[in-house]
Design a binder for this molecule. Structure first.
Ligand code: SAM
Ligand code: DTB
Ligand code: SF4
Length: 342
C-alpha cells in the first residue's frame, strides 16, 4: 500500500496547489519497539546508504513535519572544575585544557541569556553544569532559574549530572520540562571513556528523571574512537530505554587538546549521517538532535543529517564552552534548505 505524505506545509505550497509525495509501495513501517535486537541494528548498518536514508526519511515523515527543525539554546551555568573524568570533556578537573573553573552563575544572568535566546528564535533553553551532581544547597537557585525561564514561555532543560530522588522531584515541580543525561557510549565501551562513574549510575538517574515526570533527553557522542559494534551498542541502549527518550542528542566529538580523547580520528560525515538515520528509524517519535560538532560540519553534511531525520539543533554561537555556528549562518542554512524553525 502506498503511503501518502502531506507536503502542504512546505514553503512552496503557499503559492502552489497541495501536493503529495508517495512512498514506495513495498515500504513496511517498523513497529515502535523498545526491544531492538543487535541483529536488527547490524542489518540497518549494513544497508546501502541510499536505502537507509530513504527508510529514515520515510519514518521521519510518518511522525514529524518534514521541514521543521526544533531549536534549543545552551548556557553553561557552572563551568569547569568537574570531579568526573569523562575522556571527551574539557570541563573535567582531571585534565589540563586551560579552561578556567567558575562558580554557579546568578539567576539574573541566566534570565538575561534566556531572553536573548528567545529573541533569537530558540524554543528551549538548556542550562548545563559541570558537576558530578548538584549540591542540595544549590537547589533553590536552580529551581528559581527554571521558574523564571519557563515564565518567559520557553521550554526548560537542565543537565546537572546525577540526581537524588528529591532533587529530581524538586526540579520537576519547579517546571523543568526536560533533563539531559547522556549515556554517551555503549555500555561495553563505558569504562574506556569514563572511570569515575558506571553506566548503571547513568541509568539510575534516568529512571529517577522519568519517575519525577520530566521528559528525558539522552544521547551520545560519535567520533571518540569507538568501534562499529560500540555504535550499535549505543543505539541499542538508547532505543531500548522504555519509553525511548523524547529527545536524543547525537554529538560529534568536539576534540579538545588536553583531553584523553582529543586526538581521536574524526567521524566521517557519511558515517555520522548513518548514525542519525538509524537513530531516527529506531526512535521514530523522538526528536533526534544534530548536536555538538556542527561548527566544523559543511552545509552539505548538515543537510544530509536533516535528510536522515535530525529535527533539532543547538543554536547560538557557543554550546557550553566550545564554538557553534552563528545565528546568521544557521538562518542562511535554514533558508537554503526551506527549513522552518520550530
Ligand atoms: N556534567 C553533566 C553530565 O555530564 O551529565 C552535564 C554537562 S556535560 C558537558 C553534558 C554532555 O555534553 C555530555 O554528556 C556529553 O555528551 C557532551 N559533551 C561534553 N563534552 C563534549 C565534547 N567535547 N564533544 C561532544 N560532546 C560533548
Ligand atoms: C548534549 O548532548 N550536548 C550538549 C548538551 N547535551 C548539554 C553539550 C555539548 C557540549 C560540547 C562541548 C562544550 O561546548 O563544552
Ligand atoms: Fe563533568 Fe559532565 Fe564533563 Fe563529565 S561531561 S567531566 S560529568 S561536565
Amino acid at each position: 500500500m502506498a503511503v501518502l505524505i502531506d507536503s502542504s506545509d512546505l514553503p512552496i505550497s503557499k503559492s502552489k496547489p497541495r501536493k503529495t509525495v508517495s512512498i514506495p509501495a513495498d515500504y513496511a513501517p517498523h513497529p515502535i519497539s523498545n526491544a531492538w535486537t543487535r541483529a536488527e541494528v547490524e542489518a540497518l548498518f549494513a544497508l546501502p546508504f541510499m536505502d537507509l536514508i530513504l527508510q529514515a526519511q520515510t519514518v521521519h515523515r510518518e511522525h514529524h513535519a518534514p521541514n521543521k527543525v526544533q531549536m534549543s539554546q545552551l548556557l553553561s551555568i557552572k563551568t569547569g572544575g568537574c570531579a568526573e573524568d569523562c575522556g571527551y570533556c574539557n570541563q573535567s578537573a582531571h585534565f589540563d585544557t586551560g579552561l578556567k573553573a567558575e562558580k554557579l552563575i546568578d539567576t539574573d544572568t541566566v534570565v538575561a541569556a534566556a531572553r536573548k535566546a528567545k529573541a533569537g528564535g530558540a524554543g528551549r533553553f538548556c542550562m548545563g553544569a559541570a558537576w558530578r551532581e548538584p549540591k542540595d544547597r544549590d537547589m533553590d537557585a536552580l529551581c528559581d532559574m527554571v521558574g523564571q525561564v519557563k515564565d518567559m514561555g520557553l521550554e526548560t532543560c537542565m543537565t546537572l549530572g546525577m540526581l537524588s530522588t528529591k532533587q529530581a522531584d524538586r526540579l520537576s515541580s519547579a517546571g523543568l520540562d526536560y533533563y539531559n543525561h547522556n549515556i554517551d557510549t555503549a555500555p561495553e565501551d563505558y569504562d574506556r571513556v569514563i572511570s569515575t562513574r558506571t553506566f548503571e549510575d547513568r541509568l539510575h538517574t534516568l529512571n529517577l528523571v522519568r519517575e519525577s515526570g520530566m521528559k528525558v533527553c539522552c544521547g551520545g557522542i560519535v567520533g571518540m574512537g569507538e568501534t562499529a559494534e560500540d555504535r550499535i551498542g549505543l543505539l541499542l541502549a538508547l532505543a531500548n530505554l522504555n519509553p525511548a527518550p523524547e529527545s536524543v542528542p547525537i554529538n560529534a566529538l568536539v576534540p579538545v587538546p588536553g583531553t584523553p580523547l582529543g586526538d581521536s580520528e574524526p567521524v566521517h560525515p557519511i558515517e555520522f549521517a548513518r548514525v542519525i538515520a538509524i537513530a531516527r528509524i529506531m526512535m521514530p517519535k523522538s526528536y533526534v538532535r544534530l548536536s555538538a560538532g556542527r561548527e566544523t560540519m559543511s552545509d552539505e553534511t548538515q543537510a544530509l543529517c536533516f535528510m536522515a531525520g535530525a529535527n533539532s539543533i543547538f543554536v547560538g554561537e557557543t554550546l557550553l564552552t566550545t564554538d557553534n555556528p552563528s545565528e546568521t549562518e544557521d538562518r542562511a542554512l535554514f533558508a537554503r534548505l526551506g527549513i522552518q524553525p520550530e
